[in-house]
Write a protein that binds this ligand. Structure first.
Ligand SMILES: Nc1ncnc2c1ncn2[C@@H]1O[C@H](COP(=O)(O)OP(=O)(O)OP(=O)(O)O)[C@@H](O)[C@H]1O
Ligand SMILES: [Mg+2]
Length: 486
């Protein structure tokens, strides 16, 4: 009985393992990425269909051959062999080669990992992405940008790229106003500025406003998200390339040159690799760029605005931002406060969004219901103003031309669901995503507002009722930006 059980378990396990082997093989063969693997001596033992298509070779003619027999790496070395020798993964590496059998020229972005059995390397596998598609796309972007921003100094750029000004920034909150006062000062000079803040707080809006308030307003404004461009293309895109710098490279001006006399915004600068950060540091120090593949420096006069979605001090601590670069890009550092810290602006922002969508949707909505406002006031706002706009737009899209108010029930279920549970204090404690600090702040803020209102904003009386010192209440009024119009 015991023996039978054991053997049936072994059988079953055996079948499962054969099944997963076949599944794995099918999977490898059906994906778009080309995959190649070899044993520790460099003999190819995996070669999938995507690779057959890209390299125009049949797997029968490739399997069991040595990588050096199948590929010519143009003087370089096989990444598979390098990963085996160094026993280290090589990630997102550009490689070009020609196949010996079909004569196909290939450019790829390749990630290669050694395969271990215990402590021993028994082979390696590479997953390869087609580089030519990425290259084609980025060339299109660069060409478009070249056309858009004429380098002819006599003509104005066809579009300046920045449409917003300081007057588009809604809100009177003290933290926000402080940021804006400093932003206006920086608009007048051309020193590098760093804007940081959570997602959706209006960082791009502020960057555009700074550009449009300065004497560069008629010059190019170019914003690029550093996190969205593959690392190996970003250097060429930022600093330019010269013909022959690498295969397919043409003479191209980089964004720093294209934005000369204007403003270049480097968004998500904290995602820039450290080597590229040191090149950027040099560009800022020298006020000149070296196009990739060229030794001659080209002078630039580009105003740099950097944007980070994390506090730069934390980014430095976490090794994501070089400290020396930070001092160069952030002569002035501007924080866009999160909506949770400027809830006093909620009515004005709601009003602004309603007016915006009244126009877009031809409606005549006036406000939100008291119940909805209470929910909005107690919500933690992880997506900040962008999220508020999304909620107002979603609510208004359900209204008809006679409706004057957005109510909770006009919101789609997913939004109602996330807003529910923040409506009363008891439920706040169980609200997902609400940190203890935010919860306590929210409760404290509402209590202060209630008692101040009750005492007609007589600080001494309110402080007495709250059993606080006058100064302590004043500190809290400043902390929560409370006003007697609230
Ligand atoms: N104070 C404000 N007044 C009016 N609209 C605002 C304000 N702040 C932000 N917005 C609007 O909110 C949206 C998000 O703003 P923006 O794109 O500038 O945010 P961001 O901080 O750059 O976000 P991300 O980090 O996700 O890129 C935009 O539609 C913007 O116009
Ligand atoms: Mg942005």
């Amino acid at each position: 009985m015991g023996d039978k059980n054991t053997s049936s378990t072994v059988d079953r396990a055996g079948k499962i393992s054969r099944l997963s082997e076949v599944q794995l093989e099918k999977m490898i063969d059906s994906i778009d990425e080309a995959i190649i693997g070899c044993d520790k001596n460099g003999y190819i033992n995996i070669y999938n269909s995507a690779n057959e298509r890209r390299e125009k070779m049949n797997r029968k003619s490739v399997l069991n051959k040595h990588v050096d027999e199948v590929y010519d790496f143009h003087g370089g070395k096989s990444l598979l062999m390098r990963a085996i020798k160094d026993n280290k993964p090589i990630l997102d590496q550009y490689q070009e080669y020609t196949t010996e059998i079909s004569g196909t020229y290939v450019e790829i972005i390749c990630s290669t990992v050694p395969i271990m059995e215990g402590d021993e390397v028994i082979g390696a596998v590479s997953v390869m992405k087609d580089y030519s598609k990425v290259k084609k796309l980025s060339k299109i972007i660069m060409d478009l940008q070249n056309n858009l921003y004429s380098t002819d100094k006599t003509s104005k750029p066809k579009t300046a790229g920045a449409s917003h000004t300081f007057s588009d920034i809604v809100g009177e909150n003290l933290l926000l106003r402080d940021t804006i006062i400093w932003a206006k000062k920086t608009a007048a000079n051309n020193l590098p500025v760093l804007i940081y803040g959570e997602t959706g707080t209006g960082k791009e809006l502020l960057a555009q406003s700074i550009h449009n308030a300065g004497d560069r307003r008629d010059k190019p404004f170019i914003a690029i998200n550093c996190a969205a461009i593959p690392e190996n293309l970003l250097e060429g895109l930022l600093f330019g390339t010269v013909k022959g710098a690498f295969t397919g490279a043409l003479d191209r001006t980089g964004l720093f040159e294209q934005a000369t006399e204007g403003t270049l915004v480097l968004d998500e600068i904290n995602s820039l690799s450290l080597p590229l950060q040191s090149k950027l540091l040099r560009v800022i120090q020298e006020e000149a760029v070296l196009r990739v593949g060229e030794m001659k420096e080209r002078k630039i006069n580009t105003r740099l605005i950097s944007i980070s979605n994390m506090d730069p001090v934390n980014a430095i601590k976490e090794g994501l931002l070089r400290e020396d670069l930070y001092y160069r890009i952030a002569y002035i550092s501007l924080c866009m406060p999160p909506l949770s810290k400027r809830l006093d602006d909620l009515p004005a922002l709601i009003d602004y969004m309603i007016r915006k969508y009244n126009e877009k949707l031809t409606l005549k909505v006036e406000n939100v219901s008291a119940e909805l406002f209470a929910s909005l006031e107690n919500y933690p706002w992880p997506g900040n103003i962008r999220e508020l706009e999304h909620i107002i737009a979603a609510g208004m899209s359900a209204l008809s031309e006679d409706d004057l108010q957005i109510c909770l029930e006009n919101l789609p279920p997913n939004i109602r669901h996330k807003l529910s549970g923040v409506n009363n204090t008891r439920e706040i404690y169980s609200s997902a995503g609400m940190s203890l600090e935010k919860t306590l702040n929210s409760v404290e803020r509402r209590l202060l507002k209630k008692i101040l209102k009750k005492n007609n904003w007589n600080i001494s009386k309110a402080a007495k009722e709250l059993e606080l010192k006058r100064q302590s209440l004043q500190y809290r009024i400043r902390k929560y930006s409370l006003k007697n119009t609230d």
